[in-house]
Design a protein around this ligand. Structure first.
Ligand SMILES: Nc1ncnc2c1ncn2[C@@H]1O[C@H](COP(=O)(O)OP(=O)(O)OP(=O)(O)O)[C@@H](O)[C@H]1O
Ligand SMILES: O=C(O)C1=C[C@@H](O)[C@@H](O)[C@H](O)C1
Ligand SMILES: [Mg+2]
Length: 167
């Protein structure tokens, strides 16, 4: 079984929001590797970063991505940094992967002060800018389609992704 659609994108691109709306439209289950990791670890991602560090989180994330790609047939959202691992990028080959693109102004508005996002805890705007520059080529590498989200409502974006998935 493979996901009907895998969503990738920067923090605040709307993977969770659009993923839930898209899954409802398609009548399939929604799964989010961030939520899978939190459930397995029994604590929020921010606490995993504090207690065990980012490297340990990335190890849990690689396992969560592999498990979800193998077992989930609905809409799958990956964590914003999942594409940093070459193992995860390789695992995405052959899947329908939609990059939800967002530019810095909208991303900053959406993540606010970065609450609950450990990487953005210090200086959300500067950190997001750096993350997005570093990751843009990686999102493009894994994506089979890109949908622009700036200035658009989650409903509009979910409808465009649904239309892309029609055979
Ligand atoms: N198109 C949009 N327009 C306005 N607000 C949005 C849009 N998409 C998402 N949001 C809002 O932005 C915030 C971040 O969205 P969401 O959590 O879905 O992003 P994400 O890509 O899953 O982020 P993360 O990588 O941190 O998991 C939420 O408060 C959500 O309601
Ligand atoms: O952009 C990132 O590296 C992250 C995004 C979130 O989805 C979480 O996976 C975590 O906070 C790390
Ligand atoms: Mg999310």
């Amino acid at each position: 079984m493979a996901p009907v659609c895998v969503l990738v994108g920067a923090p605040g691109s709307g993977k969770t929001t659009i993923g839930q709306a898209l899954a409802a439209t398609l009548g399939v289950e929604f799964r989010d590797t961030d939520a899978d990791i939190e459930q397995l670890a029994g604590k929020p991602i921010s606490e995993i970063f504090v207690d065990e560090g980012e490297a340990h989180f990335r190890t849990l994330e690689r396992a969560a991505v592999a498990a979800a790609l193998a077992a989930h047939g609905g809409v799958l959202a990956l964590g914003g940094g999942a594409i940093l691992a070459e193992e995860n990028r390789a695992a995405l080959v052959g899947h329908t992967v939609v990059h939800l693109s967002v530019e810095l102004p909208d991303a900053v508005k959406r993540v606010g002060l970065g609450a609950g996002r450990p990487l953005l805890a210090l200086n959300p705007r500067a950190t997001l800018k750096h993350l997005m520059e570093q990751r843009r080529p990686l999102y493009a590498e894994v994506a089979t389609a890109t949908v622009i989200t700036d200035g658009r409502t989650p409903e509009e974006i979910a409808a465009e992704v649904a239309a892309l998935l029609k055979p």
